[in-house]
Design a protein around this ligand. Structure first.
Ligand code: AMP
Length: 116
């Protein structure tokens, strides 16, 4: 989609440190990491956010979770030895800033609950 930052990364038009790619998903490091491991996993297909997901996106959403697991394994933070947090922000109160569906994969340190 034109003017979408993450579509630009998926297309290779915007630089990013890509750590995993599959047919339907791309993962790259967050430019402002909140944890030792902070990777964003996005569908190649433009979907605005989690509240826009329908059954028509089933393959894309499955690909997101498969990619997140692959990232966790590659980064050495997979459960049960370590563990990680998956976050999807939706809307202003959740500080959602990029309107292209993405999962934050956060790990490499102990997480607090509830989140701040
Ligand atoms: P969210 O607040 O859930 O919309 O998360 C958007 C995330 O994208 C933030 O954590 C930003 O640090 C990250 N971000 C913004 N621009 C880029 C970029 N060019 N490359 C990688 N991550 C980015």
């Amino acid at each position: 989609m034109a003017d979408c930052l993450f579509c630009g990364i998926v297309a290779g038009e915007v630089p990013a440190e890509i750590v995993f790619e599959s047919e339907r998903a791309v993962a790259f490091r967050d430019v402002n990491p909140m944890a030792p491991v902070h990777v964003l996993v996005v569908p190649r297909r433009h979907i605005v956010n989690a509240s826009d997901v329908t059954s028509a996106h089933a393959d894309d959403v499955a690909a997101l979770f498969e990619a997140a697991r692959a990232v966790a394994e590659a980064e050495g933070i997979a459960a049960p030895e370590r563990g990680y947090r998956l976050v999807m922000n939706v809307g202003a109160d959740a500080t959602n800033s990029v309107p292209h569906l993405h999962v934050h994969v956060l790990g490499g340190r102990s997480m607090t609950w509830p989140p701040g």
